[in-house]
Design a protein around this ligand. Structure first.
Ligand code: Z5A
Length: 225
């Protein structure tokens, strides 16, 4: 749909692109690449992330990631994720899209289906209910799902933790079967919604992965501009 038609239909004018995938697959690295690619095409871009993206939503992120002694109930975790998302949408994402900027976000609701649904085993129906409540009609126009075998991602992550001398957050402390379920949930969503979700093989050199991402962007951006 062109931007004019979108405006007439009452939909946001900018485009909403998300990057998804398990830990260590290269989302943060490639978010900046996607932003640079779009800016090189003259598009105004807002780069952001979830959970987080505004000061209050970043405070909720801290609650979600910190490995405190008191366990975090899975329902509380789910509600915190959506509380952060509601704030992020209201303060940052919707205003940007409304003025015609494009938004590139490191993780969004697919992560909730993958982590809280696949990983924690919460019902997908309940997640979908909250999705409708918080987002109404707003879903990403394009999702780049970076996918690779768990062992490669784990090696990259271990190297980064070693280099940065940081410790594992609450999610990174989960066991391998948790991440297997997360990956399967992501792949199932990509299969259900194969137009919106482009699965990128992220097991390759950075150059190779970015060439794969550029191919998808070339195709979609041409349709939208
Ligand atoms: N979470 C949730 O549960 N529910 C939700 O709804 C949402 C989130 C939105 C925080 O997310 C946690 O929130 C997340 C799920 C949960 N927890 N986990 N796990 P996050 O995105 O901040 O956390 P993360 O996935 O752990 O991000 P990450 O560790 O920063 O991974 P990444 O962004 O995918 O990877 P990266 O930092 O870009 O790359 C990792 C390393 O590999 C780094 O040293 C790179 O330089 C290197 N790299 C990247 N690409 C390559 C290639 N191609 N070759 C070689 N090396 C590479």
């Amino acid at each position: 749909m062109t931007h004019d038609k979108q405006e007439k239909a009452g939909l946001p004018r900018g485009r909403f692109i998300t990057l998804e995938g398990g830990e260590g697959v290269g989302k943060s690295t490639n978010v900046s690449f996607v932003v640079a690619e779009l800016e090189a095409r003259g598009i105004e871009v807002v780069q952001t992330r979830e959970p987080g993206g505004t000061p209050r939503a970043e405070a909720i992120r801290e609650l979600l990631l910190s490995a405190a002694e008191e366990p975090l109930d899975s329902d509380a975790e789910l509600l915190l994720v959506f509380a952060a998302r509601a704030q992020h949408l209201a303060q940052r994402i919707r205003p940007a899209l409304a003025r015609g900027a494009w938004v590139v976000c490191d993780r969004f609701t697919d992560a909730t289906f993958a982590y809280q649904g696949g990983g924690r085993g919460l019902s997908f129906e309940r997640i979908a209910l909250l999705e409708r409540l918080v987002q109404a009609e707003l879903t990403p126009d394009l999702t780049l799902l970076l996918d690779m075998p768990l062992e490669v991602a784990e090696q990259r992550l271990a190297a980064r933790l070693d280099r940065t001398k940081t410790s594992r957050d609450r999610f990174e402390q989960e066991q391998r079967d948790f991440f297997e379920r997360v990956r399967l949930a992501y792949l199932a969503r990509a299969e259900q919604d194969s137009w919106r979700v482009a699965t990128i093989d992220a097991d390759g050199s950075l150059d190779t992965v970015q060439r794969r991402i550029r191919l998808v962007l070339d195709e979609r951006v041409q349709q939208w501009t």
